[in-house]
Design a protein around this ligand. Sequence first.
Ligand SMILES: C[S@@+](CC[C@H](N)C(=O)[O-])C[C@H]1O[C@@H](n2cnc3c(N)ncnc32)[C@H](O)[C@@H]1O
Length: 428
Amino acid sequence: MKISPARIAAFDVLLKIETKGAFSSILLPEYEARLGQKDSALCHELTLGVLRNQIHLDAIIDHYSKGRKLDEEIRIAIRLGLFQLIFLSRIPPHSAVNESVNLALRARRKYARGLVNAILRQFVREPFRPDADDELERISLETSHPRWLVEKWAADFGIQETRHLTSTNNVQPRIAFRLTNKGADVLGSEHIQRSDISKNGLVTERMTSDLITAAARGDIYFQDEGSQLVGDTVELDDGAKFLDLCAAPGSKFSQIALANHGKNCLLVAGDLRAVRLSSLRKICISQGVESRNVVQFDAVKALPFAAGSLDSVLVDAPCSGTGTIRHNPEIRYRLTPSDLPELALKQRSILANASKLVKSGGRLIYSTCSLEKEENEHVVRWFLSESEDFRLDATPLPERFVASDKCVRLVPHKHGTDGFFIACLVRN
Ligand SMILES: C[S@@+](CC[C@H](N)C(=O)[O-])C[C@H]1O[C@@H](n2cnc3c(N)ncnc32)[C@H](O)[C@@H]1O
C-alpha cells in the first residue's frame, strides 16, 4: 500500500483536529519537522487547503454520498482527494484517488475502499459544482465559512466587507516575527523587511530554514504584527508595576518584558492554565527574558494582589479568536453562536476584576483577537457604565490605528494582520 509521507501526515493532523480539538498551528510544525522539505511543503498545503475549503469539499461529498453519514477517517480521506483534484493541477488524478483509497485502508476502513474510489472517480468524470440559493450561501460555500458567521458578519460589516474578509481568511498570511534579547542579525537577508504596523516587527513572504533555526535558538520569535501592536501599547515608566492577567503562552508578555528591559519594573504574568504557563516560562527562557513572577489564578475570582497597587494591567482576554482564522482555519467550524454571549460574560467579569488592581492614573488595556462587537465594544461599554472612576482614553498607538471612538480595530482584509481590538481604560 503506497502512500506518500506528506499525505499520511496531513491525514493524521486533520484527524486530530477533527476528533481531538487539536490546532493546526501547533500540530503542523511538529509533523513537518519530521518530514523532508518537499513532503513538509505538501503536508502544509494539503492540511491548510482542506481546512480552508472544508464546507465546499463537504458539499461535494454530500452530493455524491447522498448525505450519508461517513466515518471521520473516510470523510477526511475523500476531502484530501477532492482538494488535490480541484486545486492541485500538478498532481495526477490517479495519484489523488489511489492515495485517498489507501489512506482509508490504512485507517482500517476496508469497507470504504469502494466508496472513496467511487466518489473520487465520479468527480473526475463529472465534476459536481455546489450551487448557492442566495449571496450569503454563496460566500459560505465559496470561502468555507459557516452560514451563521457569514450572516452575522454581513449584518455587522456589510456584504462587501464580509466577502473581502472571508476570502482574506483563506490566504496564507505573511510571516511576522521580532528579534529577541539574543539579537540575531537576520536583517541582512534581503527578503526580510521592517513591519509598517508594529514597532519592532519584521516581515517576510517566505519561511526559510534560517528563520526556523533562528526561532529554535530563540534569536527570533514568530508573532503576528497585530499581536505585537497590542504589546506596543504597554510602555512602562521606570519602576512601574505591571500585570499581564491572561498572559499565556507569553507572546505579548515576553515582548513587553524585552521592550521595557532595564527600567527596574515589576512584571508579573498570570493565567488560569498551568500547562500554558509552563509554555510561557519556556518562551521567556528561550528569548532571554526574566520569568520569575509567574502566577496561576482564575481571573474571574479574587486575585492575589492588593487593590489599587498596579500601574498597568493588560487583559488580553480569552475570546472567540475570529480575528485569527488565517492562522487557525479550524476555529470557524468550532465556534457556535451561543459561544459569544458566554465569552462576553467571562470577559466582563475578568475586566471588572482586573480593574480593582489599577491605581489612580493607572492604565487597564483590554484586548481581544476577536472581530465581534459582543466581545469588544459591548464589553468596554458595559464596563464604563459600571465603573464611574474609569474613562476611555485614546489607545496609545500611532494615530492612524486609532478610530474616532479611541479604540483600535485591526482587521485582516485591511491591515494584513490578524484581527485585534484594543481599548485603553484609565482610572481617574
Ligand atoms: C488570548 S489568550 C492570551 C494570549 C497571551 N496574552 C499571549 O500573548 O500569548 C487568553 C488566555 O486567557 C487564559 N484564561 C482563560 N480564562 C482565564 C481565567 N479565568 N483566568 C485567567 N486566565 C484565563 C487562557 O488560558 C489563555 O491563555
